[in-house]
Write a protein that binds this ligand. Structure first.
Ligand SMILES: [Zn+2]
Length: 218
């Protein structure tokens, strides 16, 4: 359903139904996958960090868990955005196009090409190396949607992720209050050498990670 402004209207009930449907169809060969509870703890950043990192490791290399994870995040985020509006009695909300796309990917309905974020930011010499990157480690397959993640940085309220080409041009950028970002835009990058970094925003002195190489292979 479209409301004419490029956004999709979904009900929370429908989202939860989609996720429940995925869980019900969970095949037996996923016995080694983390439990739905572990995935939920990862999404909500609850529980022991070590456990969450193990779940994250698995999720990044398992397409089925990635799909569950993306869908669960969409459900959780939509729920918290709804709560934030103070209109929790209303069981319908506007789902931003980017979230709708990741939801559609997660449930295998179809694909939507996303325009990269284009808002600008003043780059005022952040302290390098102050944000610790977790994943991806260095190499990934071109065409895969990548899950970028980093450690929480004290004082940061938002993070800006940038993926650059070898010449330093920013090809993909995104801002999130989360410490991970599943980038669909990276799927469209051709095989080759890239680099990425994360800037922590929200404190008077922006802090930045190292510039980490990322090779996309065929
Ligand atoms: Zn799995």
């Amino acid at each position: 359903m479209a409301n004419g402004r490029g956004e999709n209207v979904l009900t929370e009930a429908r989202l939860r139904e989609l996720y429940a449907g995925r869980l019900a169809r969970r095949p037996a060969d996923r016995a080694s996958c983390p439990t739905p509870e572990a995935l939920q703890a990862l999404v909500r950043r609850e529980g022991v960090e070590e456990q969450r990192l193990r779940t994250l490791d698995h999720t990044m290399s398992c397409a089925a868990c990635r799909a569950d994870f993306d869908l669960l995040r969409t459900v959780e985020r939509a729920g918290s955005e709804l709560a934030g509006t103070g209109r929790s009695a209303r069981r319908t909300w506007l789902l931003p196009a980017a979230l709708a796309a990741s939801l559609l990917l997660a449930v295998g309905i179809g694909r939507i090409a996303l325009a990269p974020d284009s808002d600008d930011v003043v780059r005022s010499g952040p302290t390098a190396g102050a944000v610790q990157l977790l994943a991806p480690a260095g190499e990934a397959t071109a065409g895969d949607s990548l899950l970028f993640s980093w450690r929480p940085t004290p004082g940061a309220t938002r993070y800006r992720l940038e993926v650059l080409n070898a010449s330093g041009d920013v090809l993909v950028e995104a801002e999130t209050s989360d410490t991970m970002f599943a980038s669909e835009a990276v799927r469209r990058l051709a095989p080759g050498d890239y680099q990425w970094w994360v800037t922590a925003l929200g404190s008077p002195d922006p802090r930045r990670s190292e510039l980490r190489p990322l090779r996309l292979t065929r």
